[in-house]
Design a protein around this ligand. Structure first.
Ligand SMILES: [Mg+2]
Length: 242
């Protein structure tokens, strides 16, 4: 049985990467007179990686990286109007409707009847707060944590602050690096749900689960069945956890 199930938000509960890739397409179009699409994409990615330590995750940092890339790739010839257009791209992203992933709402509603639910997401505080409220899912969650990064230290701090029993805690997310591996490293249980998946398998076998240290699902609609299975397994073996 679990006391608390935590969810990543972007690309776990709602679409996010799609918005970034659409904006990148517009950005490449804007600069198409100056450089090839591949060159722009590579330069933007490198700029984002360099800027992460200064501006953090989120749309505002992305916008600054687009502007800087545009200045670099045009050797300073980018116009004020074009920079304004980049800022408008970012504003459009911040205003874009929150598009829930298929099954997300029914799964969250169902699990919230039995478990305390938490959102752990990283990025701009303001952007994430408004997305949570616009998602229509906020009422199902008991706790919200918007953090600047999701490392082992981040999770250890949350475990201490909420007095979480890791044996009765489950983390669900689409990023191995941010949502799954740090949790496994501190002895927690995690469910990895890749965002884009071209092949289908539901859950791995018990033996593989042991080896991987986490579970993998094709989509969030399969989560309640896995949670039921894990809860029953805990009831069968877990009296010592009390
Ligand atoms: Mg995510």
């Amino acid at each position: 049985m679990f006391d608390l199930i935590a969810f990543d938000a972007d690309d776990t509960l709602w679409h996010n990467e799609t918005l970034y890739s659409k904006t990148q397409d517009k950005f490449k179009q804007l600069l198409s007179n100056y450089q090839s699409a591949e060159w722009i994409e590579q330069a933007l990615y490198e700029r984002e990686m360099r800027n992460l330590q200064y501006f953090g995750y989120g749309i505002k940092g992305f916008a600054l990286s687009m502007i800087e890339t545009a200045i670099e790739l045009t050797q300073g010839r980018i116009s004020g109007a074009e920079i304004q257009e980049i800022i408008n791209f970012a504003r459009d992203m911040l205003k874009a409707p929150v598009q829930l992933l298929e099954h997300a709402e029914e799964v969250i509603a169902r699990l919230s009847q039995t478990y305390d639910l938490m959102i752990i997401t990283k990025g701009d505080l303001f952007d994430q707060e408004t997305k949570i409220s616009r998602s229509g899912l906020a009422d199902y969650f008991t706790h919200f944590e918007i953090v600047s990064d999701k490392t082992r230290d981040t999770y250890e701090a949350l475990v201490a602050r909420y007095d979480i029993d890791l044996g009765r805690f489950l983390m669900v997310g689409n990023s191995l690096r941010s949502d799954i591996l740090p949790i496994v490293a501190i002895g927690g249980q995690a469910v990895y749900i890749p965002f884009h998946i071209t092949w289908a398998h539901e859950t791995v076998t018990n033996q593989d689960e042991e080896q991987l240290g986490y579970f993998e699902l094709e989509h969030i609609g399969l989560l309640p069945a896995l949670v039921d299975r894990l809860s029953n397994r805990g009831d069968a073996t877990g009296s010592s956890q009390q």
